[in-house]
Design a protein around this ligand. Structure first.
Ligand code: PRP
Length: 220
């Protein structure tokens, strides 16, 4: 049975699917096979920002004194150590927009590709530290198909000791979301769209093709 997906605002959903006209508009351009790599990259950037705004709405704040041109006032700043963890390659497309919003975040890279025959993730790069875990860690990957790659990244962050792991992904397959949620029921997932189908090759349908190839203009 599929889990229920939250659309729009609720307190703290476990799986959050963007329900916003800007998301719908920019997603349609992203999905279009005729969209060029430069435009595709920019659409990923815009959607990553929309996702990041939603995924960070309960981050901790502390007071900070601010001198405005007119007076002194009490302002706010983000507390805690924030880590963002892109899954190479395609996750790189979400790094810069998320860093714009969280400029003090640490960036840790994980290299994974999906084996074409088995559709299971193969890790080829990981340099996560062994101690001093971040307060909150955001896994970035534009695609959650079977959920294997993002699941492996979440496991790595949890082994590091990150208690609050969240996922930002642009397109997910319902099957992958269900599997991921069953394995990580307490990890929040923020996606722009959840598509109904994974085809025989475990590609998301209707989807957007291969995000890594489209971001880096390596479509063969
Ligand atoms: C794609 C995508 C995810 C993964 C999704 O990466 O960017 O990392 O597959 O599939 P899953 O949910 O079934 O694990 P790919 O293997 O194409 O590598 P790339 O980012 O280097 O293109």
């Amino acid at each position: 049975m599929s889990i229920s997906i939250t659309k729009g605002y609720v307190e703290v959903p476990t799986v959050y699917e963007l329900d916003h006209p800007l998301a719908a508009h920019h997603l349609s351009i992203l999905r279009d096979v005729g969209t060029s790599s430069p435009v595709f990259r920019n659409q990923v950037r815009l959607l990553a920002m929309l996702l990041a705004v939603k995924a960070t709405e309960d981050l901790g704040l502390e007071s900070v004194s601010v001198q405005t041109p007119l007076t002194r006032m009490e302002g706010k700043r983000i507390t805690g150590r924030v880590a963002i963890v892109p899954i190479l390659r395609a996750g790189l497309g979400l790094v810069e927009p998320v860093l714009e919003l969280l400029p003090d975040a640490q960036v840790w890279h994980l290299g994974m590709y999906r084996d074409e025959a088995t559709a299971t993730p193969v890790e080829y790069y990981s340099k996560l530290p062994k101690d001093n875990p971040a307060t909150v860690g955001f896994v970035l990957d534009p695609m959650l198909a079977t959920g294997g790659s993002i699941g492996a990244a979440v496991n790595a962050l949890q082994r590091w000791g990150v208690a609050d792991v969240r996922v930002l992904s642009v397109i997910a397959a319902r099957e992958g979301i269900d599997r991921f949620h069953a394995e990580h029921p307490n990890v929040r997932v923020y996606v722009a769209a959840i598509d109904n189908e994974l085809n025989a090759h475990k590609f998301i349908v209707p989807g957007l093709g291969d995000a890594g190839d489209r971001i880096f203009n390596t479509v063969s």
